[in-house]
Design a protein around this ligand. Structure first.
Ligand code: SF4
Length: 254
């Protein structure tokens, strides 16, 4: 089982990228589990027909120890196992603590042993890389971290902070930085700006995802591009990203 965390600034298109990646990995025959770790809890929306699924934190609050896996997990398009950690009541509680509770519950319910995912993807908000939101980097939760960024200043600033947080843990045999995913917003010199950032962070851009209205079109249908428009060029780009992730998985196992 490979576990990857995908971080990025809110609004950068991270969840769209993650959902399309999950669906593309599923299309290759992999069993994929996607865990949304953003208090907005909409990471898996385009895998489940545009709906929202019950969050782990909310269900835990309601059902407490009686919470079962079927209460918090929905099987989405392509068989992707969809979960959302959820967030606390605004102004009260710690969102990072919520992620930790969600992870603990999944372990307690033996989610990984029962569903045996080949790949677990954590979709994590990277605006603030506090101890709580750094959780997926720690304790062996993820093997590798990818950062979604555009060439926008705030997005690259967040990417840089996330990379620094990954470095904090790398010498403790926690997650390592797998690379950047450039989700283009079509700003001037975007490719060069993100290339420069990748050099500064001593990493690489593993995929360039161009801006394309078909992504929004698919989202409006409550679907991923890979599901709604499998023959489209954008689908092929997400499939290409999936192949790179699988290749890394195979290379790491050698
Ligand atoms: S900054 Fe992080 S650790 Fe602090 S309350 Fe917010 S989520 Fe929790």
């Amino acid at each position: 089982m490979k576990k990857i965390a995908i971080y990025g600034k809110g609004g950068i298109g991270k969840s769209t990228t993650v959902s399309n990646l999950s669906r593309a990995l599923a299309a290759t025959g992999k069993t994929v589990m996607q865990i949304g770790c953003d208090p907005k809890a909409d990471s898996t929306k385009s895998l489940v027909g545009g709906k929202r699924i019950p969050t782990i934190l909310h269900t835990l609050k309601e059902k407490k120890r009686a919470t079962k896996l079927e209460d918090i997990m929905v099987i989405g398009d392509g068989g992707v196992l969809c979960l959302e950690a959820g967030g606390p009541t605004p102004g009260i509680g710690c969102a990072g603590r919520g992620i930790i509770s969600a992870f603990e519950l999944l372990e307690e319910l033996n989610a990984y042993e029962i569903y045996k995912p080949d790949i677990v993807i954590y979709d994590v908000l990277g605006d603030v890389v506090c101890g709580g939101f750094a959780m997926p980097l720690r304790k062996g939760y993820s093997d590798e971290v990818f950062i979604v960024t555009s060439g926008e200043m705030m997005s690259m600033y967040a990417a840089s902070n996330i990379a620094k947080a990954v470095r904090q843990f790398s010498n403790r045999e926690y997650a390592s930085l797998g690379g950047l995913i450039l989700n283009a917003k079509n700003i001037e010199n975007e490719g060069e700006l993100v290339k420069k950032l990748s050099t500064e962070l001593d990493t690489s851009i593993i995929q360039h995802i161009p801006r394309n209205p078909i992504v929004q079109k698919a989202e409006n249908l409550g679907k991923t591009v890979v599901e709604a428009f499998p023959e489209d060029e954008m689908s092929k780009i997400y499939m290409d990203l999936a192949q790179k992730i699988i290749k890394e998985e195979n290379d790491n196992e050698k």
